[in-house]
Design a protein around this ligand. Structure first.
Ligand SMILES: *[C@@H]1O[C@H](CO)[C@@H](O)[C@H](O)[C@H]1NC(C)=O
Ligand SMILES: *[C@@H]1O[C@H](CO)[C@@H](O)[C@H](O)[C@H]1NC(C)=O
Ligand SMILES: *[C@@H]1O[C@H](CO)[C@@H](O)[C@H](O)[C@H]1NC(C)=O
Ligand SMILES: *[C@@H]1O[C@H](CO)[C@@H](O)[C@H](O)[C@H]1NC(C)=O
Ligand SMILES: *[C@@H]1O[C@H](CO)[C@@H](O)[C@H](O)[C@H]1NC(C)=O
Ligand SMILES: *[C@@H]1O[C@H](CO)[C@@H](O)[C@H](O)[C@H]1NC(C)=O
Ligand SMILES: *[C@@H]1O[C@H](CO)[C@@H](O)[C@H](O)[C@H]1NC(C)=O
Ligand SMILES: *[C@@H]1O[C@H](CO)[C@@H](O)[C@H](O)[C@H]1NC(C)=O
Length: 507
């Protein structure tokens, strides 16, 4: 494991803040100055603040600054947005000139990420509108806490008291918020676009379309508008033009298929099929395995450890847990038709009730994780992970975080999805059962009982070893000394960029 750099200074510098205009992104400004602050260049700091302020005042009071990041050509959101974009750009340019030596390349061997300063319409305003994002209920609780949701209450009946605070009611579609928040605080973030090796586009594509996915009268145009506006904007940026989008990436909080509409009347947005999206890498909870630019990332679970110690405690808890049930199935049981593969598993599970436990996730009961699901996984040696409406499920990660060994029936459920996170040898941490054999009457129980105790122990140890890589840590800066899912994902993206140097690989 690569230790995370400790050189970064604390989140909020104790030094006096200059009075910057409202429109400035203060966090960016302070982050860029941290190296100076931490080297006690106070006089330099003072001098710079004065110069900076003067420059800013001049720039902000001049109405005719050319807008290099103009949104011309796109449906113009609102004048406020343009003003914000213009002044932030000006600020970034100034910072650039005084911030040349801010990082040492040793800390970030794969380079640094620049976050595009998108108008708030594309992200913060969507979240502000959380009460109106889907047709049924408010999403405000689910999107609170930077996407982790509310603290999980009542979970201490299931997990040790001192780890229960690491549990939240996290929604499975919240990665756009989680990644954006972590990216803002990422140790390999840069505020100078010219020194970036990758560019992050903080559009909340999935949240933006949620409302339109589930209203029958929504139009294709409504489901495409945010993505289209973003692409029009981003494709005008010099760094996009330079790389044809190859070093750009975005996190999209839903499965790939929600963004691959080919006909007007079909489901979803056509975002991924838009030509300008072609070379942009997308972090998705389910990828299309044939598209190089789709990268699978873990669904968020409810476990968000605050420290490496939390993880170690948790690993020890699930390792020593007494598991009374051989296997389990958590999923929606209603609406499953007999011939559905899940129906076959369900009926096996019900008829082997001594060794199998069912959790009925009717409706949206399981969408944010519940203590009943967690306790079922904690009590089971194995968990069934069939495909559902799509190939993947959040349940894969709920199961593994609880130290239970997943049973897969489709290669596409995990093995060709989460390659950055899961070991290359599927049987080191999971069981694969041919679904045709199950349809032909093979009993899951008999397959599992043939696996030796020794082998089960080894597999569980592997699952436990994976846990840090599939959870999203609580601290904005991640965990010290441990890489979590965010670190692994972003490093994977940066590494791809590095591989592409010296000639594009088209795949
Ligand atoms: C934004 O710019 C427009 C015209 O350039 C101006 O009328 C308006 O007052 C500005 N708004 C803010 C908040 O500065
Ligand atoms: C910046 O780095 C260069 C070499 O990388 C060095 O020569 C220079 O002195 C540094 N400047 C400051 C202000 O640290
Ligand atoms: C939490 O409690 C467990 C025992 O239940 C103990 O082993 C562990 O050290 C405790 N962790 C912390 C951080 O207090
Ligand atoms: C769809 O219906 C809702 C209410 O039923 C309405 O508020 C909305 O404007 C309609 N949208 C379109 C595009 O017709
Ligand atoms: C994507 O990359 C290929 C290869 O570099 C390039 O030919 C193509 O124009 C790029 N597409 C876009 C939309 O930039
Ligand atoms: C999570 O789901 C449970 C069970 O349906 C529900 O009681 C709870 O309010 C949900 N929490 C959030 C934050 O959505
Ligand atoms: C799953 O992948 C493995 C390895 O690539 C392959 O041998 C096996 O036939 C695949 N199984 C199914 C059911 O596609
Ligand atoms: C399932 O049964 C059918 C018909 O008996 C047979 O042709 C097929 O090979 C069997 N498949 C497996 C995987 O056992």
């Amino acid at each position: 494991m690569l230790p995370i750099s400790h050189t970064a200074s604390p989140d909020q510098p104790a030094n006096p803040k200059p009075k910057t205009p409202e429109v400035l992104d203060r966090k960016n400004l302070f982050n860029s100055l941290k190296p100076y602050l931490s080297f006690h260049h106070r006089r330099l700091w003072f001098f710079l603040s004065v110069v900076l302020l003067q420059l800013l005042l001049i720039l902000l009071s001049a109405p005719s600054i050319p807008l290099s990041l103009s949104t011309a050509g796109t449906p113009n959101p609102s004048p406020t947005i343009q003003n914000l974009t213009a002044s932030s750009t000006a600020a970034t340019t100034i910072i650039t000139t005084i911030n040349k030596n801010s990082t040492t390349s040793g800390d970030c061997p794969f380079g640094e990420v620049y976050i595009y300063n998108l108008p708030p319409l594309f992200n913060t305003e969507i979240v502000k509108n959380c009460h109106d994002l889907n047709p049924w209920s408010s999403r405000c609780d689910a999107l609170s806490n930077s996407g982790f949701g509310k603290t999980a209450t009542g979970i201490s009946t299931v997990v040790p008291e001192n780890i229960s605070t690491a549990w939240f009611w996290t929604d499975q579609f919240s990665t756009e918020l989680i990644y954006h928040n972590r990216m803002r605080n990422y140790r390999c973030r840069t505020l100078e676009p010219e020194s970036a090796t990758a560019f992050y586009i903080p559009l909340y594509t999935g949240l933006a379309i949620e409302k339109y996915l589930f209203t029958s009268n929504s139009t294709a145009q409504e489901r495409d508008q945010h993505c289209k506006m973003m692409l029009d904007w981003v494709s005008k940026q010099p760094y996009f033009k330079k790389s044809h989008g190859w070093n750009h990436f975005i996190s999209m909080g839903r499965i790939s298929w929600d963004f691959r509409r080919s006909k007007e009347e079909d489901w979803g947005s056509s975002c991924i099929y838009m030509p300008k999206m072609r070379n942009i890498t997308r972090l998705l909870i389910e990828r299309n395995p044939w598209d190089y630019f789709d990268v699978g990332i873990p669904y968020p679970t409810g476990f968000h450890p605050s420290s490496a110690a939390d993880i170690i405690n948790w690993q020890e808890f699930v390792r020593t847990r007494r598991r009374n049930t051989l296997f389990c199935f958590a999923g929606a049981t209603r609406g499953i038709i007999k011939n559905d593969f899940r129906g076959i598993l369900l009926s096996q599970c019900y008829s082997e009730s001594d060794s199998c436990r069912v959790v009925d996730c009717a409706g949206t009961k399981c969408a944010n994780g519940t203590s009943e699901i967690l306790s079922t996984f904690l009590d089971s040696n194995f968990c069934l992970q069939p495909r559902g409406d799509s190939f993947t499920r959040r349940s894969i990660f709920d199961c593994m975080v609880a130290g239970s060994i997943p049973i897969f029936f489709w290669n596409r459920t995990a093995y060709v999805q989460y390659e950055l996170f899961l070991p290359a040898e599927p049987d080191s941490y999971s069981v694969f059962i041919d679904r045709n054999e199950v349809e032909n009457g093979t009993s899951i129980k008999s397959v599992l009982e043939k696996i030796s105790k020794e082998k089960v122990k080894k597999m569980r140890e592997k699952v436990i070893e994976i846990i840090p890589k599939i959870v999203y840590a609580k601290p904005d800066k991640g965990l010290e000394g441990l890489k979590d899912a965010f670190d692994v994902a972003v490093e994977g993206v940066l590494r791809r960029n590095k591989l592409q140097e010296g000639g594009y690989k088209w795949k």
